[in-house]
Design a protein around this ligand. Structure first.
Ligand SMILES: [Zn+2]
Length: 251
């Protein structure tokens, strides 16, 4: 199939939907230059991950976590939403898409104009931090200033608790409230659109399965084959920005 007919088939599914949900993975953000950290050769296969228990137990692990975070900021902090993000935002604006469930932690859906209330972040958000004890939000720019001056892992300005990016670490439980919201959104959907996820990380990958079992149509746009291609109504192994941008009419 040519990419024209792929985009047309996706446009048709979207036109026939009354309530769609979008589910995004690393593949939508690689088009903004943010690497897929879990892919072979990705950063997480070169550096041992720091588990949540180690973060809690060790000042050295906390320092190393923050050192990596700011190194990442220097490389990818300038990343901007791409055509795929803009097309998703347009579908939300039109009311076609009710919720965006994402495995990404980069905040690019919000930056592309999707209201914060419509984004369900399964793995949290790395663009800000919070205190693990009292929840107070901390901005990265403030933390970096102190970190570069003192070389110490940041502590909460209010309660001195440990401060960590608002992400879900290895060894940390999935966020219950977000999982529940994602489930509700999935069960309400008549069309479930996967963008840039290989659908191998559970429990997140369970949502498209749930949608399909619940009678929704399933569309998958991902460069590589995914674990759920066989049960999908439409599978497109092409770039997301071009495919969805064309389907939605967004540049
Ligand atoms: Zn605190």
């Amino acid at each position: 199939m040519s990419s024209d007919s792929d985009a047309a088939a996706l446009a048709r599914l979207i036109a026939e939907s009354r309530r769609a949900v979008v589910f995004t993975g690393a593949g939508i953000s690689t088009e903004s230059g943010i690497p897929d950290f879990r892919s072979p050769g990705g950063i997480w296969t070169q550096m041992a991950p720091i588990y949540f228990d180690d973060f809690l137990a060790s000042e050295e692990a906390r320092r190393e976590t923050w050192r990596r975070r700011f190194a990442m900021e220097r490389e990818f902090g300038g990343a901007k939403p791409n055509r795929g993000h803009r097309a998703v935002a347009e579908l939300v604006r039109r009311g076609t898409v009710a919720s965006v469930i994402t495995q990404n932690i980069d905040g690019l859906h919000q930056r592309s104009g999707v209201p914060v209330s419509r984004v369900i972040e399964l793995h949290g958000n790395t663009t800000y931090a919070h205190c693990l004890d009292c929840g107070t939000r901390h901005e990265l720019d403030d933390i970096r200033h102190d970190f570069e001056r003192d070389g110490k892992a940041p502590r909460c300005r209010r309660c001195k608790g440990f401060v960590k990016t608002a992400t879900i670490s290895f060894g940390q439980a999935m966020p219950q409230a977000e999982m529940r919201r994602a489930e509700i959104a999935t069960l309400a959907a008549d069309l479930f659109i996967v963008l840039g996820s290989s659908l191998v990380v559970y429990p997140a990958a369970g949502f498209p399965e749930l949608a399909k079992r619940n009678g929704a149509r399933l569309a998958i746009v991902n460069r590589e084959p995914t674990g759920l291609d066989e049960i999908a109504d439409l599978v497109i192994h092409q770039g997301i920005g071009d495919t969805l941008g064309q389907a939605v009419g967004v540049n």
